[in-house]
Design a binder for this molecule. Structure first.
Ligand code: C5P
Length: 240
């Protein structure tokens, strides 16, 4: 049997969103961001287990929140809750440690991307199972991107056609993600902002598949406005 687990780092404070509850617990359309994200993962055909890394003081609250989730549209994948860490990387590592040995593919998905469709998770898992050790969803970049120095002087314009804005869920062979996190934990330096970056540091190939506009990350207040509009559009279109 092959099994797939989805890890959800949800322990960020979300300071760029303004004052209030930890970001993953902020409400969107009547449910916390985290609940939306976990629902979509648990409904993905490919996902057998979800592990949430919650804010350290909130594990019981988060477990209770997720326990009330309906099992539709199929028997929902079971959800485990662990305490997250000081950085996203530490939170992912804590969730990874709670994954069983028979799991061979692992997704990592930000709680801050509440509207990423289940089909995106399935597509990423399929690409891993097709032979890619690490897979990230990515979209073309719409803005022109410039490299600048500390004074604001432009050093270069990065050719836009070469760039992708990378999202989650990212997918990995479980052994590759474990190796990447072990190597990162053993080396000093800034913690990674995504898991594929740790795999790149090992020198292993990372493959990009098409991302999805609705997999946007809720970071700033305007993102919540956009996410609420997307949710309302979905409700207007009837059940997906
Ligand atoms: O900070 P950013 O918005 O990039 O966070 C991405 C994801 O990482 C969020 O879902 C956040 O809750 C999570 N995170 C975490 N532990 C931290 C910091 C961030 O699980 N210490």
């Amino acid at each position: 049997v092959t099994r797939t687990a989805a890890l959800v780092p949800a322990a960020g404070r979300g300071e760029r969103l303004g004052p209030g509850a930890p970001k993953a617990l902020r409400e969107l359309g009547g449910a916390p961001l985290l609940v939306h994200a976990v629902r979509a993962l648990a409904a993905a055909t490919a996902v057998d287990l979800v592990v949430v890394a919650a804010p350290a003081g909130s594990t019981a609250e988060v477990a209770a929140l997720l326990a009330g989730e309906p099992a539709a549209p199929r028997p929902a994948a079971p959800v485990r809750v662990v305490a997250g860490g000081e950085t996203r990387q530490a939170s992912v590592a804590a969730a990874l440690a709670a994954v069983d040995d028979d799991v061979d593919v692992v997704l990592v998905h930000d709680a801050a991307r509440p509207l990423a469709p289940s089909a995106l998770a399935d597509a990423v898992v399929a690409a891993v199972r097709a032979g890619h050790p690490a897979v990230v969803p990515g979209l073309p970049v719409v803005d022109t991107v410039k490299r600048v120095d500390g004074t604001g002087r432009v050093l270069a314009t990065v050719p836009r056609a070469d760039l992708r804005a990378v999202q989650t869920p990212q997918g990995f062979r479980a052994d590759v993600l474990r190796r990447a996190h072990a190597a990162a934990a053993a080396s000093p330096g800034a913690p990674a902002t995504d898991d594929a970056g740790l795999v790149e540091a090992l020198g292993l190939p990372v493959h990009v598949v098409p991302g999805h506009e609705e997999a946007l990350k809720v970071t700033r207040p305007l993102d919540l406005v956009l996410a609420a509009a997307l949710l309302a559009r979905r409700a207007g279109a009837g059940p997906a």
